[in-house]
Design a protein around this ligand. Structure first.
Ligand code: ADP
Ligand code: MG
Length: 596
């Protein structure tokens, strides 16, 4: 199976965007990059630009307004050219901010790495030292440090760097602790690597993104803090200019000559703002979930952009009627269609099996029906899903939410990830009930016990207080089914409900679903990749391949006489008892071509 699966995403465009184009996709970050680029370029080129000497005083020309002859931005109280001081001052501020960030990142990360990796007493001592630094409001701490070292730009730099070490140390330690107990680190230990080598070749590369993100988000802050110290006269000393000292000197002239302080103020604003926007953009680029270049994080709400508007109600005897559904995933500017024009219908009390190899689009189809595909990148581009004749996708988000869990219930593929690890299973079932029905908590809990009994959990009255980790995989899957049944749904969509289970439990769960279907008249959409399961449970079957339904019909007919080559292969994959080696001999030639 896996060999055919490997060939299916071949149609996928090679849309892995480079980090660059991703960053440029983010308009705010691009804006930040441009502004920062211009400021940085000016600052770097300061010695080459035809600027006046920033420190040359000219008492005769004092306090000239902007746009005056020879002084584009005017002059200050000593007649010095503001443009020149601004560009040289920016150079100083940026250099000090970056250096402080680099020092804080280096020292803080090193402390964090060692503390997180060594744990025990080393961790304790290092972290208590860090706590001592954090115990003071840090601008006060910076002031105290400068007071001890004496005013001056270099000392301000040290002070800013020192007070920012805790941020890096704490962040990096937290990530390192998580990494240090991971299997790949154990494997490196077993291979005999020294702890230093493990720290720098195994742990550090994984911590690096965190360090970069912390740096990009703190550098603007550090420039501000440097400016703050200079503003108070503790950083840059006259006649040297930096943005903070220019602001501080202009303060007394705020009413007579506002431009002297407003201009450096605007520069600080532009600088810090552009760095922060760029920092946010960098953080998003480093997050793989945001790789599509969108500005928002994926949410379990699907964007619906249908090119043709389908009828919002139709006449149908099916309780679930899906027509021409198309869902794609957008990556940058290209779209990868995962579900292509899929149509099927399920009547009350009927079971439709949706079968296909992994990656063929079964889960995406199921999630699309109630708008649960995460957007971005998912978009529904065409089609409709009618429940009792009404198109779900035309409904508002609130309208769809009222359907979810009440009329239509899902059993998700992986019972471990869908149950909340910190809540008791009984409470989770009760929560599903309370979301849709006006009953008391006790009543909901009582019903939870009933439901657990119904899905065949023994000693339900005691097990209701168990946590998910105290139950076996099969029991958790049953809890998932109990939650799906909580509000007496008319339709259950079960996405591979038995894939994670062993054969005997699988048989029990299938029996249970079958039983509920006949007893309650449920319509069941059963997703699976196992023809054996379909044969056992489903009246009808639809075979999916590469996002399309390639064959559909009554289960027996399809099984007896599969038309599509792919269905024949799927059928051949179901062994029969007593077939022995003949089964393998029969299956092998079918897949020989796919393996090539
Ligand atoms: P299955 O049939 O195994 O349930 P899915 O419906 O989950 O397969 O996936 C169908 C296709 O859609 C796959 O090729 C998968 O790579 C793609 N896909 C699923 N989810 C996403 C996503 N969030 N982003 C991009 N592609 C996705
Ligand atoms: Mg799936």
């Amino acid at each position: 199976m896996s060999q055919i699966a490997a060939s299916s995403p071949a149609t996928e465009p090679s849309a892995r965007l480079s980090s660059w184009s991703l960053l440029l996709n983010n308009r705010l970050a691009t804006g930040g990059l441009i502004v920062l680029g211009i400021i940085a370029l000016l600052a770097i080129l300061a010695p080459l630009l035809p600027l006046d000497n920033p420190n040359a005083t000219a008492p005769a020309d004092r306090l000239q307004p902007p746009f005056s002859e020879g002084h584009l931005l005017g002059t200050d109280q000593l007649g010095r050219d503001i443009l020149s001081r601004l560009i040289w001052g920016s150079q100083v501020s940026i250099a000090v901010g970056l250096s402080a960030t680099a020092i804080a990142a280096l020292a803080g990360s090193l402390i964090g790495l060692i503390a997180g990796f060594a744990r025990g007493r080393t961790d304790n001592i290092l972290m208590r030292l860090i706590d001592m630094l954090m115990a003071f409001p840090y601008i006060l701490l910076a002031l105290a440090i400068v007071a001890v070292l004496g005013p001056g730009l270099l000392n301000a730099l040290y002070a800013i760097a020192i007070v920012n070490i805790p941020f890096f140390a704490r962040n990096v330690r937290g990530v390192t602790i998580g990494l240090a107990s991971r299997e790949f680190v154990d494997a490196a230990r077993l291979s005999g690597k020294s702890w230093l080598a493990i720290l720098f070749t195994e742990v550090l590369p994984n911590v690096l993104p965190v360090i970069v993100i912390t740096m990009s988000t703190t550098v603007g802050w550090m420039i501000l803090e440097t400016a703050g110290l200079s503003f108070l006269g503790l950083g840059a000393q006259p006649p040297q200019s930096d943005l903070g000292s220019m602001l501080g000197e202009g303060r007394s002239l705020l009413f007579n000559a506002p431009h002297v302080s407003i201009i450096p103020g605007l520069m600080i604003f532009a600088l810090v703002m552009s760095i922060n926007l760029l920092g946010d953009g960098v953080r998003d680029v480093l997050d793989p979930r945001l790789r599509a270049g969108d500005l928002t994080r994926p949410r379990a709400v699907t964007r619906i952009e249908r090119k043709t508007k389908p009828k919002s109600t139709i006449d149908t005897d099916a309780i679930l009627d899906v027509r021409g559904l198309e869902t794609s995933f957008q990556r940058g500017r290209s779209a990868f269609p995962a579900v292509k024009s899929v149509s099927f219908s399920v009547k009350k009390g009927e079971c439709l099996g949706l079968i296909g190899e992994s990656g063929s689009g079964k889960s995406v189809t199921a999630l699309s029906l109630l708008g649960l595909v995460a957007s971005p990148p998912g978009v529904i581009t065409e089609g409709a899903a009618y429940i009792e004749g009404e198109d779900v996708l035309s409904k508002s988000e609130t309208g769809i939410r009222a359907l979810r869990g009440a009329k239509v219930a899902y059993v998700f593929q992986d019972p471990l990830t869908t149950l909340h690890p910190l809540y008791k299973v009984g409470d989770q079932i009760a929560e599903a009930i309370l979301a849709h029905q006006p009953v008391s908590k006790d009543e909901a809990k009582k019903r939870a016990v009933d439901l657990m009994e119904q899905v065949g959990i023994r000693d339900a009255a005691e097990r209701v207080d168990a946590f998910p980790h105290q139950m076996s995989g099969g029991q958790r899957q049953r809890i998932g089914i109990a939650m799906a049944l909580a509000n007496d749904p008319d339709i259950i969509i079960a996405d591979e409900p038995t894939t994670a289970l062993d054969v005997t439990v699988q048989a029990k769960i299938l029996d249970l679903l079958q039983d509920l279907r006949t007893k309650r008249g449920l319509a069941l959409l059963l997703i699976t990749h196992d023809f054996g399961v379909v044969a056992q449970v489903c009246d009808k079957v639809a075979v999916m391949k590469d996002g399309e339904i390639v064959e559909a019909g009554v289960t027996e007919a399809v099984l007896r006489d599969p038309q599509h080559a792919y269905t024949q292969k799927l059928k051949a994959c179901v062994p029969e008892l007593g077939q022995g080696k003949a089964f393998l001999d029969g299956v092998r030639p079918l897949f020989a071509e796919a393996a090539q």
